[in-house]
Design a protein around this ligand. Structure first.
Ligand SMILES: [Cu+2]
Length: 140
């Protein structure tokens, strides 16, 4: 009888322990999702403006801001605020363009293009229509 009681008691304790553990794990998980993840890269987004007169060779920052530093996983959206078409194309005009790099294609005025950066590196990009337009995203 005593042994049986002991067994039932132990099972109840185990059950209780399990419930508490799951509860604690849920709270930790939720806290992590709500506060830690957003403060890191996930969901972080930045905007780069293609400025007015960006194709003018004297334009010092046709893509603004550039260079732009972001954490891995961040999303960058380029908006064409100029009154002429441009592209956002990974690589540089010297032909150093990766085969699977991002490319907005022709962006008419007012159009935007978004890319998410999954790995670290200094990522160069340019405008295929105006090779003086250079930009860089530094992914840390
Ligand atoms: Cu351009």
């Amino acid at each position: 009888m005593v042994i049986l009681y002991y067994c039932v008691q132990k099972k109840l304790n185990l059950y209780k322990f399990g419930t508490v553990s799951i509860g604690v794990a849920l709270v930790i998980g939720l806290t992590y999702t709500m506060f830690v993840l957003p403060s890191n890269a996930v969901g972080q987004s930045k905007i780069v403006s293609i400025v007015k007169g960006a194709s003018n060779p004297s334009s010092t920052e046709p893509y603004n801001p550039s260079p732009l530093s972001v954490p891995v996983g961040a999303t960058v959206t380029w908006i064409n605020n100029d009154n002429t078409a441009h592209t956002v194309t990974q690589g540089n005009p010297s032909g150093n363009t990766p085969p699977n790099g991002f490319d907005s294609g022709i962006m008419a005025p007012g159009k935007s293009f978004t890319h998410t950066f999954g790995t670290t590196g200094n990522i160069q990009y340019y405008c295929t229509l105006h090779p003086t337009m250079l930009g860089e995203v530094i992914v840390k």
